[in-house]
Design a protein around this ligand. Structure first.
Ligand SMILES: [Zn+2]
Ligand SMILES: [Zn+2]
Length: 346
C-alpha cells in the first residue's frame, strides 16, 4: 500500500510500504476512506516530536471501513464504518479506569502516527480497537466525522470543559485556527454571553465570525484593553489558548479576570513565563491537557442530531494519493487560507 512516511526532520514521502497486519488480539485493520492533517503532524515533520522516529507512517485522524479484527475484539466487526480516534486507550490501566485515556500507561493513548504507524496510508492497524474505533451512524458523513477524530474533542475537553465555560460568561479564544474555531463552536453549547476571537489574520477572524464568535479582534490591536472595555474592566471569565507559543499563553493570563480560568490547548515547544507576581492574588485557575476523547460519543450524538455542524471547518479536499499536496496546502495555511484539509480514498 501507499503511505506518508517520515524520514527525519524536513523529509517525508508518499511511498510503498507493507500492508499492516494484525499483531495483538485487540487490533483491527481499517481501510482508510478519509483522513485529515493536524498541526501536530507539521510539528513532527519539523523534528519537534523526537519520539517519532524515521520510517514512521504519520497521521492520527481518520474515517474508514473495518477489514479484519483480532480474536479479542468484541464491539467492532468487519464491514463497520468507523471513526479512528487520535486516542487509543488500553481501557485497563489506572488512568484509563478513571477516564484519563490520553495518559494511558499500558501502550495506549496518543500512539497513532507517533509511536506506531498512523492513518496517512491506505490501511491502518488500530490497536485497542474496541476503545479507539467508533461505529458511525449513517446520517454522519465521512467528512463531518473526521473532525471528531481530534480537533472537536480536543477543543471541547481541553478548552471548553477544562475552562468551565458557563452561561453568561465572556470567553476569549486566542488563536482562530482549526482548534480555536472548534473551541468557538463548542463553547456555544454553554450559552456564554459573548465569545471573543483573537488572531493575527483577518481571514481567520472572518471564519471565527461565521462559526459563532460575537466579537473579533486582531492581536495587534491591544486585545487586553479591548476585552477590559467590554467587561467593565474585569476581563474574560475564560481565556482559551489555541496557538502554543509563549506570547499567546501570556496574553491569556492577562485577558482573564480575577477568579477566571485559563485553559491551555496549544502544543508548546518553548518555555512561557508565568507572571505569578501578578497572578498570585487573582484566584486564577490554569489548566493544561492532552485530549482524552471521553467526549467523542457525546459529540457524535450531537453531530448526528444536527446540534453540531462541522462542515465549515474543511476548506480543501484532495484524493488520498495527493497526500504531499495536502500537506503543502495545510503547511502554507497563511497563504492558502486552509483550515482543515481532508483527503479521500480514490
Ligand atoms: Zn492532532
Ligand atoms: Zn490505559
Amino acid at each position: 500500500m501507499k503511505a506518508l512516511v517520515y524520514h527525519g526532520p524536513g523529509r517525508h514521502s508518499w511511498q510503498d510500504v507493507p500492508d499492516p497486519q494484525l499483531i495483538d488480539p485487540d487490533d483491527a485493520i481499517v481501510r482508510v476512506d478519509a483522513v485529515t492533517i493536524c498541526g501536530t503532524d507539521l510539528h513532527i515533520l519539523k523534528g519537534d516530536v523526537p519520539a517519532v522516529t524515521p520510517g514512521r507512517v504519520l497521521g492520527h485522524e481518520a474515517v474508514g471501513t473495518v477489514q479484519q479484527v483480532g480474536a479479542g475484539v468484541r464491539n467492532i466487526a468487519v464491514g463497520d464504518r468507523v471513526l479512528v480516534s487520535c486516542i487509543s486507550p488500553c481501557g485497563r490501566c489506572s488512568y484509563c479506569r478513571t477516564g484519563s485515556y490520553g495518559q494511558c500507561r499500558n501502550g495506549g493513548g496518543w500512539i497513532l502516527g507517533h509511536l506506531v504507524d498512523g492513518t496517512h496510508a491506505q490501511y491502518v492497524r488500530a490497536p485497542f480497537a474496541d476503545n479507539s474505533l467508533y461505529k458511525l451512524p449513517a446520517e454522519v458523513t465521512d467528512e463531518a466525522a473526521l473532525m471528531l477524530a481530534d480537533i472537536l474533542p480536543t477543543s471541547y475537553e481541553v478548552g471548553v470543559l477544562n475552562g468551565r465555560v458557563r452561561p453568561g460568561d465572556t470567553v476569549a479564544v486566542v488563536g482562530a485556527g482549526p482548534i480555536g474555531l472548534a473551541a468557538i463552536m463548542t463553547a456555544q453549547l454553554f450559552s456564554p454571553a459573548r465569545i471573543i476571537a483573537i488572531d493575527l489574520a483577518t481571514s481567520r477572524l472572518e471564519a471565527a465570525k461565521r462559526l459563532g464568535a460575537d466579537v473579533t479582534m486582531l492581536s495587534s490591536d491591544d486585545p487586553v484593553a479591548a476585552v477590559n472595555e467590554l467587561t467593565d474592566g474585569l476581563g474574560a471569565h475564560v481565556a482559551i489558548e489555541a496557538v502554543g507559543v509563549p506570547e499567546t499563553f501570556e496574553l491569556c493570563t492577562r485577558l482573564v479576570r480575577p477568579a477566571g480560568r485559563v485553559a491551555n490547548i496549544g502544543v508548546h515547544g518553548k518555555a512561557a513565563t508565568l507572571h505569578l507576581e501578578d497572578l498570585w492574588i487573582k484566584d486564577v485557575t490554569i489548566t493544561t491537557g492532552l485530549v482524552d476523547a471521553y467526549s467523542t460519543p457525546t459529540l457524535l450524538t450531537m453531530l448526528a442530531s444536527g446540534q453540531l455542524d462541522t462542515t465549515a471547518l474543511v476548506t480543501h479536499r484532495f484524493g488520498i494519493d495527493e497526500m504531499l499536496e495536502g500537506y503543502d496546502v495545510f503547511a502554507q495555511a497563511a497563504a492558502t487560507g486552509a483550515l482543515k484539509v481532508a483527503l479521500f480514498r480514490t
